[in-house]
Design a protein around this ligand. Structure first.
Ligand code: DLL
Length: 431
C-alpha cells in the first residue's frame, strides 16, 4: 500500500526530529555554498549554528522569485557546474526563464519522491501511463516519467498536443493512466466527443492532473467525461517540479514529501507564520537539495496545512487545494477574488462548459470584469435567445452573491475559446 512506509507513516515526533537534523544541515550547507544566503545571514548577524529546531526557522530570511531572477543564471547554484546533470526551467515563454539545477543525488531524490507519489495515487506495474505533459524545459513530463518508470509501469511519453493521435494511442495501447494538466484533460475529452469516441472505448481509470488549479467542479467534469478518478498533483520548477505533494485517493488534501520539503504558511502581507489550519501563503524550505537549496521560498500559492492523519494511513502533513496565488489574486473594487472561485460558480450550472476567459478592462476609473464562457454544444444549438439571456442572468446573480461584485457574463459559441494543451490562459488584463 505504501512505497516507503518508513517515511510515509512516521509519528509526528519522528518526522520533526528527522526534519530538524536535515534543516540544520541545509542551513549550514546553504551558508557555505551560496553567496546569496551567506550575505543574508551576515547582514542579520546570524550564525547558521543558531538554527536548531523547526521553530527557529521563522528567524530565517525568505527567498523570492525576484531573488532568483537577480541571481540568474547560476547564482543559486551550490555546486560546481561539473556536478550539474540536469537543468529545467519555468513554463513561461517570455523573458528569462527561472532555472532549477539537479545533481545526480537530486535526480535520485526526485525519482524517489515521484515514485512515492505515483504509487500513492495507485499506479502499479501493470499500468500503462501516457505522459501528456509537455516534454520541454518544463518539469512536468520528466518528473511523471521518472515516477511511473521506477514503479515499472509501461510509460508512453506522448507529450502534450496532437490530441487525436493522443486519443488513438490511448485506444490502441490500452492506456490506463493519463498524466496532464486539468485543462488538457478537458481538451482531450472534448476531442473524443467530436471523434465519436466514448469513455467506455478506452481503458483509462486514473488521471493525475497538476501544474494549474483543478476545482472540485472541474474534477467532477473530468471524472465524468473520461470515466476516471482524477487526482491533483502539485509542485513548482524552483523546488524541482512535481514531487512536492500529491492527493491520495481519499481526495483529502495533498500529502507533502516532508523529508524533502518543509512547509510553512505565512500571512502574505505581514510575512508572519500562521498556525496550521489557517489560510495563507505556502512557503517551502528544501531539506535534501544539493544543487539548489532554497530557504523559505515564497510559493505565492494560497492554501492551508492539515496535520491529522489521513484515511490512507499516511502521517505526512497535507496542504489543501491551491485556492489562488497571492500575486495573481485579482482585486476588483476592493474585493479580492481568485479565478478558481469564479470557475466553481460557473461550473455549478450544468449548461456551462469549463472553457472561459476573464477580461479585465478600465471603464473610466473603474475596473470592469467580463467573462466569456461556452455552453454545451447541445444547449447552444437548441436554446432560444431568451433561454441564453436567462442563463446569463442566473450566472451573474450567483457570481454577485458568491464573489461579491458584478461581472458581465457573455455566452460565446462552442469551440471559440482557444483550447489548452498545457496551462490554460484564463485572465486577459487589458487595463
Ligand atoms: O507546474 C510543476 C508541475 C508540473 C506540478 C506537473 C505538477 C504537475 P511551474 O511551471 O513552475 O511548475 O508552476 C508552478 O503552478 O506555484 C502553482 O501556482 C501552479 N500549480 C502547480 N500545481 C498546481 C496544482 C509546475 N495542483 C505553479 N494546483 C505553482 C494549483 C498548481 N496550482
Amino acid at each position: 500500500m505504501f512505497w516507503d512506509e518508513k517515511i510515509e507513516c512516521l509519528s509526528r515526533d519522528e518526522i520533526v526530529s528527522k526534519k530538524e537534523k536535515l534543516l540544520r544541515e541545509t542551513v549550514r550547507y546553504a551558508y557555505k555554498n551560496v553567496a546569496f544566503y551567506r550575505d543574508q545571514f551576515d547582514a542579520r548577524d546570524m550564525d547558521p549554528g543558531q538554527i536548531r529546531s523547526i521553530d527557529d526557522i521563522s528567524s530565517l530570511p525568505f527567498t523570492t522569485k525576484l531573488d532568483l531572477r537577480d541571481n540568474y543564471p547560476y547564482g543559486f547554484c551550490a555546486v560546481p557546474l561539473s556536478r550539474i546533470v540536469r537543468v529545467h526551467a519555468s513554463s513561461g515563454t517570455t523573458g528569462k526563464p527561472t532555472p532549477v539545477f539537479f545533481t545526480k543525488s537530486d535526480m535520485e531524490n526526485w525519482t524517489i519522491s515521484m515514485a512515492r507519489n505515483c504509487y500513492m495515487v495507485g499506479i502499479r506495474e501493470k499500468d500503462v501511463c501516457q505522459i501528456a505533459f509537455r516534454y520541454t524545459l518544463f518539469t512536468g513530463a520528466f518528473g511523471h516519467h521518472l515516477g511511473a518508470d521506477s514503479i515499472g509501469a509501461t510509460v508512453i511519453p506522448t507529450s502534450s498536443g496532437q490530441t487525436e493521435r493522443q486519443i488513438m494511442m490511448m485506444q490502441d495501447f490500452g492506456t490506463t493512466v493519463i498524466h496532464c494538466t486539468p485543462s488538457y484533460a478537458i481538451t482531450i475529452a472534448e476531442r473524443m466527443r467530436e471523434m465519436g469516441i466514448h469513455k467506455g472505448d478506452l481503458s483509462l481509470r486514473l488521471g493525475i492532473h497538476g501544474a494549474e488549479p483543478m476545482s472540485e467542479e472541474l474534477r467532477g467534469e473530468i471524472e465524468e467525461r473520461l470515466g476516471i478518478t482524477a487526482l491533483r498533483d502539485y509542485g513548482m520548477t524552483e523546488l524541482g517540479g512535481p514531487g512536492t505533494s500529491i492527493e491520495c485517493p481519499e481526495k483529502n488534501g495533498y500529502h507533502i514529501n516532508e523529508d524533502f520539503f518543509h512547509p510553512e504558511i505565512i500571512d502574505p502581507d505581514t510575512c508572519k507564520p500562521l498556525p496550521n489550519g489557517q489560510t495563507g501563503e505556502l512557503v517551502f524550505t528544501t531539506l535534501q537539495k544539493e544543487a539548489m537549496p532554497l530557504i523559505r521560498y515564497r510559493s505565492r500559492d494560497i492554501t492551508h496545512l492539515e496535520t491529522e492523519t489521513c484515511g490512507c494511513g499516511r502521517t505526512l502533513i497535507r496542504h489543501g487545494p491551491i485556492i489562488g496565488r497571492s500575486d495573481d489574486m485579482l482585486i476588483i473594487g476592493g474585493v479580492n477574488f481568485f479565478p478558481s472561485q469564479l470557475e466553481c460558480v460557473m461550473l455549478g450550472f450544468e449548461e456551462i462548459e469549463p472553457h472561459y476567459v476573464i477580461y479585465l478592462k478600465k471603464k473610466g476609473r473603474l475596473d470592469h470584469v467580463s467573462v466569456a464562457v461556452e455552453t454545451h454544444p447541445d444547449f447552444w444549438a437548441n436554446a432560444p435567445g431568451e433561454k441564453i439571456a436567462e442563463l446569463v442572468q442566473k450566472i451573474e446573480t450567483k457570481v454577485k452573491n458568491d464573489i461579491g461584485f458584478r461581472m458581465q457574463i457573455k455566452i460565446v459559441e462552442p469551440l471559440t475559446i482557444p483550447r489548452s494543451e498545457g496551462k490554460a490562459q484564463r485572465v486577459v488584463d487589458e487595463r
